[in-house]
Design a protein around this ligand. Sequence first.
Ligand code: FES
Ligand code: FES
Length: 189
Amino acid sequence: MKKHVVLNVNGEEHDIEIEPNRLLLHALRDDIGLTGTKEGCSIGVCGACSVTVDGRLVSSCLTLAIACQGKEITTIEGLAKDGRLHPLQQAFLEYGGFQCGICTPGQIMAAKALLDGNPNPSEEEVKEWMSGNLCRCTGYYKILESVMAVVQNKVRTEDLLPRERIEARIQSLDVYKAEARTHGSKSHG
Ligand code: FES
Ligand code: FES
């Protein structure tokens, strides 16, 4: 039987009617409409569904929504503030920390949870912490570089950019140019 549940997500309350076994992942995406949190493995292995609950990093695919009542849930949609990207979002953009983007919200939420507790981790500490977040595209180095750019204060957050400028910025990154060259040579080969 469905229950009435109030979830506080990114500072806003959401009243929803859900089954007691509804997972937080599905409540966020399908009942509340916040689709930034992604579903990968569905069994707590890949980290794509990472969010924080009262500041603690959790896999939303393993967390019951009903157990999160009265707690503060933060998702990727809650990071940009006052028209500015969170420094981690800016860093992933500037340093090419993503390709397909499926793992990216989870990567950023995991990195945020780390830096909230330890703003100055070593590269080894970042690697170890982020080892619970799998990526099938980047080879991980760009993710590490993005997080370390924030640790080393190399990132300046800008006003939220219009979509066309973000796309142009992504296409200007060396890693994507190399990718385009590879595909271009294949199609002409
Ligand atoms: S979808 Fe939750 S850990 Fe993979
Ligand atoms: S960017 Fe594609 S899985 Fe990580």
